[in-house]
Design a protein around this ligand. Sequence first.
Ligand code: NCD
Length: 358
Amino acid sequence: MRSLIDILDLSVQELDELTDTALDIIARPEKYAHACEGKKLATLFFEPSTRTRLSFEAAMYELGGHVLGFSEAASSSAAKGESVADTAKIVSCYADIIAMRHPRDGAALVAALNASIPVINAGDGGHCHPTQTLADLLTIRREKGRFDHLTIGLCGDLKYGRTVHSLVGAMSRYEGTRFVFISPEELRMPDYVRQAMDRQGIPYTETADLDGAMSQLDILYMTRIQRERFADPAQYERLKNSYVLTPEKMAAAKKDMAVLHPLPRVNEISVAVDADPRAAYFRQALNGKYMRMALILKLLDEAKDPAPQAGLPANAVTGGHQCHNRRCICQTEQELAQVFYPGEGGAVRCVWCDTAAD
Ligand code: NCD
């Protein structure tokens, strides 16, 4: 059963096909209006959401399908202590496909390994958010007309912001991509993301200076400082106003730079920027619905031919090391084995959250 847990689960060709399908949905919605008749999408949201959950639900309705689910952990059996694995097994009895958001890194992978229907990762802790990347890609295609030779500035909370981790993975595979990682030192891009760039020879620079980076960017991807993932509230207070994009700052940008943001915004983009034609973030939210329609169609179609459930990487080893990421699903899930895979330079990484282990 094919699931989407990490954006790298999809090849570049598949990403291109999904954006083609989304564009066709936009052009000819009536062709797709009954495509998922009789099918049920379960939206399992253990964490708050507006765009992701509602766009998944709107996507399924616009495909003629049905939706069931919950929008907070408190109204599910998680509140009684049910594991992610058991929830995935149960929901497989009632639905045809799952979209799941969970506060723990790696939770979606645990669900996919236990479900008998496709699982879509709608955000696992501070780890990944592949369907936001699908929304980002359609936005880049529509705003810039291409995926190659783009200089992409990612600004804000690059440590805990799951959307940027997935976007970097996707855009790294296109020719001529350059990244500028703009963040305070404390919120730098995680080492597993940077090491993957180094391994592939993808050029990137790191800076704390948004103004200094502005003029070189084709895309500026702003992000929220992720308050809920900070262990230390004082650190959040110190960093929460690190960046605020204003019309004055936009004056230094290219005339055709696109500003993206997964939203919600707190204060990192001034409302005054919304009127700038380069502000693409509300269009981006709409694009998310079309890409989720394309993805649901693809995964339900593939599920007609039952393929073996994807497993853990062939080089994964159980035990012998310790994952210390306090946000990892391996810290809370009942009897979940600690499993690791070999990373760069002899490092060992947790299979659930990708964090270096000892
Ligand atoms: C993002 C998320 O949930 O990671 N929101 C979204 O899905 N559009 C970004 C965020 O919460 O900051």
